[in-house]
Design a protein around this ligand. Structure first.
Ligand SMILES: C[S@@+](CC[C@H](N)C(=O)[O-])C[C@H]1O[C@@H](n2cnc3c(N)ncnc32)[C@H](O)[C@@H]1O
Length: 264
């Protein structure tokens, strides 16, 4: 005689041994299927570290001692707060122009944090451009290239989805600043971003501190033409940009301002 399958507590039929798996294992199978059906986000949409500290370490390692010391000073001035703000304001892909790229520190930084960016760095100083190429080479960065050119030269390529100019505008003679911004606007695609990091003129003591530091680097003959962030804003609006800006505090008294201008 075949025994009838046992009944559950509420009279429901219970599966015999070897039939359907018990409820707990069925639940874990469902859970597993659910997990597999939920797409794991690509790693680059996660924040893998607090900011690109690994990128900075790589860059420092790729430089000879003197430039390494400069890079360490530069990255300690442009602290995580500033770097992260700028990183998030730049598009995560597309063609980006780095004007006055120097040793290419920030091209190497922004190129590492988002590998789908292609960054073109330009600077009139050939020695710095050679160093920028060496750093990119050592880091195996295939998404950056460099040219020894002045921002006012022709043949910079483009149009660019974004351009950034970090602590360069106050080294441009006052009368040449607006024409340079107009030129950069013309190099951008519609709705392209122009990101400017510079020094504003208040508080006055902060400006004086910056001026002394700049003079240590460039000597007494080179013109330094700082402007109040309001002036930069008005100039950019006049040139056809929509403008947002933020002043970023620092433990050192640098009066940093970050300006994100979108070409209308
Ligand atoms: C203070 S350094 C900043 C370098 C780099 N952007 C950084 O943040 O480390 C200023 C740079 O602007 C470059 N520069 C000055 N005038 C320029 C111009 N007209 N076009 C392009 N670069 C220029 C200088 O050669 C120098 O490398």
């Amino acid at each position: 005689m075949i025994a009838a399958p046992p009944k559950g507590p509420n009279g429901t039929k219970q599966e015999p041994e070897g039939g359907a798996p018990p409820r707990s294992s069925r639940a874990s199978k469902i859970l597993q299927t659910l997990k597999e059906s939920v797409r794991v986000p690509e790693p680059r949409v996660l924040a893998p570290e607090i900011y690109g500290s690994a990128a900075i370490r790589n860059i420092a390692r790729a430089l000879p001692p003197v430039e390494r010391a400069y890079a360490q000073i530069r990255f300690s001035i442009l602290r995580p707060k500033l770097l992260s703000v700028m990183d998030l304001l730049l598009p995560d892909e597309g063609k980006i122009l780095d004007i006055g790229c120097g040793f290419g520190l920030f091209a190497a930084y922004f190129g590492q944090t988002q590998p789908n960016r292609h960054i073109t760095g330009i600077d009139p100083d050939e020695r710095r451009i050679k160093m920028a190429e060496r750093v990119a080479d050592k880091l195996g960065l295939v998404n950056s290239s460099f040219m020894a050119k002045d921002a006012r030269d022709m043949g910079l390529g483009g149009p660019f989805d974004a351009a950034y100019i970090l602590d360069v505008m106050h080294h441009i003679p006052r009368d040449a600043q607006e024409p340079l911004l107009a030129r950069l606007r013309d190099l951008l695609t519609p709705h392209g971003t122009l990101l400017i990091k510079d020094i504003t003129t208040e508080p006055h003591l902060g400006l004086k501190f910056t001026e002394w530091m700049d003079r240590l680097m460039v000597g007494w003959d080179e013109p330094l033409a700082y402007r109040h962030h309001r002036d930069w804003g008005a100039m950019l609006v006049h040139l056809g940009f929509k403008v947002r800006m933020v002043r970023v505090p620092d433990v050192l008294p640098y009066p940093h301002v970050v300006i994100a201008a979108t070409k209308i």
